[in-house]
Ligand binder design. Structure first.
Ligand SMILES: *[C@@H]1O[C@H](CO)[C@@H](O)[C@H](O)[C@H]1NC(C)=O
Ligand SMILES: *[C@@H]1O[C@H](CO)[C@@H](O)[C@H](O)[C@H]1NC(C)=O
Ligand SMILES: *[C@@H]1O[C@H](CO)[C@@H](O)[C@H](O)[C@H]1NC(C)=O
Length: 384
């Protein structure tokens, strides 16, 4: 049976671990903090093994109310939508949870349900976050507010794949970048039974209270304590939950700022980067390596057009610890140009804000880590 935590874990964790840690003394201008005190962590191999070229989004095996689900691990969104049929009943939801919804303005899909602090077991790591427990999914072009669709649209006029009926693919993303929305919604509508969509990114709309990877309670039955540092390390075969000295060895890191209007003191902003197009001027923006998409979105100083040579440096052009170069490819030619480059996105669209969303091919060149307690973002170049 599922348990609903009565206290939002984020509040309890909020005060811990954000004190400045000494930086590891090396010649590196971007050293990782000294994580020696933190030893509690677990490596979770991806469910879809054999996806080591990042052609597909990574997934993890999770359990909700004792029922197994396969969850896509998306760094480009924050939050999880779980279908109510996985052990939730309406009586319970109405009594104990808050009525809610997620609405996608670009596709007009409305996810109706309840906001419930929900325990999820991710490979022995028990975490608890505010999830939308979905009771219905409806195409609602006339949606105003009030959590429920007053005028559902049967003859579908929505964009995207509105013709499909209720899907198991949970859509968790708030509209931040309209173009990115549309492209992500299409595949998300077609997922099959027993799947969930788990957004574990930061600075992607929802606050840390919605992020399962920010609200871990125990690892293999051992409650997290002073030896646990919230955060994750992503490589090509899986994800470490809990930052340690060992699993961040070889990384460089940059300190993150809190977001403007931050919800709490762990609500970190996106890391910085600079974009250069065709050897032109460096433009400062923000960086995202979104595991949910194979394509990229870029905004620099010139318009996006086929053949543009794009260079990204993280965190800045002069002393970068991360660099990626790729060619702009229109969507119509997706996956046909630049394929000898293992970090080449399938296609490249225009981002709404300066900077880049590299998409998941970036992980062919770098491992990535995020320190959720202290607000650090780091990269480690792969040896291949
Ligand atoms: C609804 O769920 C609650 C909590 O898990 C449980 O105690 C209750 O028996 C369930 N009711 C029905 C009708 O299934
Ligand atoms: C990812 O990390 C795990 C745990 O340290 C390790 O076993 C695995 O070999 C790593 N994968 C790659 C591709 O480096
Ligand atoms: C950018 O500079 C490099 C090195 O000087 C050169 O090989 C390349 O052709 C230039 N690219 C463009 C688009 O000007």
């Amino acid at each position: 049976m599922h348990r609903i935590a009565t206290i939002i874990t984020a509040t309890l964790l909020a005060g811990r671990g954000v004190d400045a840690l000494p930086l590891t003394p090396t010649g590196n201008p971007y050293p990782v903090p000294a994580y020696c005190p933190f030893t509690q962590s677990k490596f979770l191999p991806f469910y879809n093994t054999g996806n080591q070229n990042w052609n597909d989004a990574p997934s993890l095996s999770i359990t909700v109310n004792g029922r197994p689900l396969i969850a896509t691990m998306d760094t480009g969104s924050t939050g999880i939508v779980i279908d109510a049929k996985y052990g939730f009943n309406t009586t319970y939801l109405q009594k104990n949870c808050e009525i809610g919804h997620v609405f996608y303005t670009s596709s007009h899909w409305l996810q109706e349900g309840y906001w419930c602090t929900t325990d999820v077991d991710v490979g022995g790591v028990v975490t608890s976050a505010l999830a939308l427990i979905r009771t219905n999914e409806v195409c609602c072009p006339k949606f105003a507010d009030g959590h429920r669709c007053q005028t559902p649209e049967k003859a579908c006029v929505c964009k995207g794949t509105c013709t499909s009926t209720v899907s198991e693919g949970a859509l968790t993303r708030r509209v931040l970048e309209e173009d990115e929305e549309v492209s992500k919604i299409e595949p998300r509508q077609t997922t099959t039974v027993g799947k969930a969509y788990m957004g574990i990114g930061f600075a992607r709309g929802n606050p840390p209270s919605h992020n399962l990877f920010m609200n871990i309670k125990s690892i293999d039955g051992v409650p997290v304590g002073s030896k646990f540092r919230t955060g994750y390390v992503i490589n090509s075969t899986g994800v470490w939950l809990g930052i340690t000295k060992a699993n961040t060895a070889g990384f460089s890191a940059v300190k993150l700022n809190l977001r403007e209007g931050n919800a709490d003191n762990r609500d970190w902003a996106e890391p910085p980067c600079d974009v250069q197009i065709n050897n032109g001027t460096w433009v400062t923006g923000t960086f995202l390596a979104d595991t949910g998409i194979p394509n990229a979105y870029v905004k620099g100083d010139v318009a996006n057009k086929e053949g543009n040579e794009i260079t990204i440096r993280i965190p800045d052009p002069s002393t970068p610890f991360g660099e990626v170069k790729f060619i702009s490819v229109p969507k119509a030619k997706a996956g046909t140009i630049g394929t000898e480059n293992h970090m080449q996105p399938t296609w490249v669209g225009t981002r709404s804000i300066p900077g880049v969303n590299t998409g998941r091919k970036f992980y062919n060149g770098y491992d990535l880590y995020f320190d959720g307690d202290g607000g650090y973002f780091g990269l480690r170049k792969k040896s291949n």
